[in-house]
Structure formats: C-alpha cells, structure tokens
Design a protein around this ligand. Structure first.
Ligand code: RIB
Ligand code: CA
Length: 316
C-alpha cells in the first residue's frame, strides 16, 4: 500500500531532487503539489515543478500555486545566490504545456485531505505558509491527515539564514509555529541532520550520466548549488535538506535519534526570530519523549543517505 503525499515546496534545487525521489519511491503516491514563495516565488516554483513533472512524464499530478507573501511579511525576492535566478540553478528546462490548477495550494491540500481521508501525508519543504493558511481555513484538517514531515529548523546547531534560524522557518516563523503546534504528528527534519548528508561530484556525475532526461536535469540543476556550498564545506557538494525529508517520509532511512519533544518557534522581531526552540532537556542518557509531544525531532541518521537517494533516482 503506497502512501498518498501532498508536497508543499518552494522549488528550488534541493526541492527538485526531493520531488524526483518522491516520484521514484515505490512507497509513495505523489497526489498533489502546492508551491510557496521561498527560494523563488510561488509562481516560479510552480513553473519549475510543472517543467520537472513534464520531463518525468507525470502530467497527471496537479500543481497549485500557493502563497506569494508570508503571514507577517512580503516575499523578499528569494535566494538566487543559492538556487539561481529561476530557482533551479539557472537551468532552462523544456517548458511544460500544462499550467497550474485554477485552485490554490490551500484548496488543493484541503480537497486531497478529503479524497484521501486519514491516509494523506503532508511533506513540507519550504516556508509553511500554505500549511498555516490551510489550518486557518479548515481547523478540522489535522483530523484527516496521517502525518506531516517538515524540513526545517535547527535544534542544537546554528541556523543557515541567521545565527539561529533555518531558512524555511525564518521565512515564515508564524506559519512554522502554527504547523508545529497543530493537532497532528510531525516529523521535523532540521539542519542538525540535513547538514550531515551531502552529495558528491561522483553522485552528480552519476545523475548526469543517466539516460533519463529528468534525472540528467537534476544533475545539471545541482551544479549552481554545488558552487554555493564550496565555502561552507570546503569542497563542491550539496546538503540534502529536502531530499532527506523526502527519504524519511518514504521510510527510506533508519532514524537513529529522534525524540518527541515540545517545539516552539520564536516569532518575536529580535535576533532570535525564526529560531526553533526544541525542549531537549533530559536527553543526556538518550532520547526521551515528552508526554503528549507531537513533534519528533530527527537529530541523527547514521547511514549515509546519498547512495540510496542516487540509486533510487537513477532507477527512475
Ligand atoms: O534551509 C534549507 C531549506 O531552505 C530547504 O528547503 C531549501 O530548499 C530552502 O527552502
Ligand atoms: Ca525547499
């Protein structure tokens, strides 16, 4: 039995790789994609997603445009220095003939929650604006959702967009706090673990060598991203933020440390804005779940993810 997944993304480079994994995973049935501004605008992310799905021969999957601005501030132009001017490393894909759905990402998510009631899993790998808006529009949503996997936050490690904040959460802290406080089970995949899993030049070469045009495009799209990470890791590579969340959502990774603990987001306007505050007290002798906590914070996945990711993608 496959798991129906709604993917909410800001299709960017690592979002594209995560999309490829979800398409390739035998455990997942990708039933819809909503886009949100973050790495690029929600509209551009939808164009990127449609072009990627067309390349993968998956024009059956609906793509809906979500929030352009965030709950408390306007979209700020994204991260072209990280993801390229168009969000996918400047690579020009063959343009899809398809256009986004008429309905919004929020309406698509709510509709899918009824269609797959009790089975739908949300994978969110961008700012959580659409998720928060969906909760506001339909407070009964969590009762129809099997679970949420969210790439975001930093528990015990520094942020990447500020000293304490990770980009997805920083771009919409109010939305992240709403998503992490709702009445559903969340698996949070923070920088603590995503910075420990990377792709190598050999991995990228393997993607480029694929005869599958979608997989080959991922290899091209990663080139710009590898340059960004050169000064961070000291060599060309890329963190596997969104792909790791996708692998975890598909059950493709053994999770070694992931306590269920209360997590709040700093929504003040001070230097801590966007910080994810996970209550990890009492963990010294090993992971200990807090009674009633709904957020599982993934702190360690020891087995390297890249080999599984690449072989799954190439098998597409
Ligand atoms: O901080 C990493 C996250 O921010 C990833 O989802 C990446 O795509 C960007 O959205
Ligand atoms: Ca993303």
């Amino acid at each position: 039995m496959t798991t129906p997944v709604y993917l909410d993304c800001d299709t960017g480079v690592d979002d594209a790789v995560a999309l490829g994994y979800l398409l390739a995973s035998p455990a997942i049935d990708l039933v819809g994609v909503g886009t949100v501004s973050g790495n690029t605008s929600a509209a551009q992310a939808a164009r990127n997603t449609l072009d990627l799905l067309a390349l993968a021969g998956r024009d059956d999957i609906p793509v809906a445009v979500g929030a352009h601005d965030h709950l408390s501030h306007p979209y700020d132009g994204g991260a072209p220095h990280v993801h390229g001017d168009n969000g996918i490393g400047g690579v020009q894909l063959p343009p899809a003939t398809r256009v986004p759905e008429e309905q919004s990402a929020v309406d698509l998510l709510i509709a899918l929650s009824h269609l797959y009631e009790g089975r739908l899993h949300i994978v969110t790998i961008g700012p959580m604006t659409n998720i928060a808006l969906a909760l506001e529009a339909d407070p009964t949503l969590p009762g129809r959702i099997a679970g949420v996997t969210a790439m975001g936050g930093a528990a015990l490690v520094p942020g990447n967009i500020s000293p304490v904040a990770e980009a997805n959460v920083f771009n919409d802290p109010e939305a992240a706090d709403a998503a992490l406080s709702a009445d559903w089970d969340v698996t949070l995949v923070p920088l603590d673990v995503t910075m420990e899993h990377t792709l190598s030049e050999d991995d990228r070469a393997a993607l480029l060598a694929s005869t599958n045009p979608f997989v080959q495009a991922l290899g091209e799209i990663l080139d710009h991203y590898f340059d960004f990470y050169l000064p961070i890791y000291g060599h060309r590579t890329s963190s596997l933020h969104d792909p790791l969340a996708a692998v975890i959502a598909a059950g493709g990774a053994r999770i070694d440390v992931a306590p269920r603990v209360p997590v709040r987001v700093d929504t003040t306007d001070g230097p801590g804005r966007g910080q994810t505050i996970a209550d990890l007290r009492g963990q010294r002798i090993g992971p200990r779940d807090h009674e009633g906590a709904r957020v599982r914070v993934v702190l360690r996945v020891d087995d390297p993810i890249a080999p599984h990711l690449v072989t799954t993608l190439i098998g597409v």
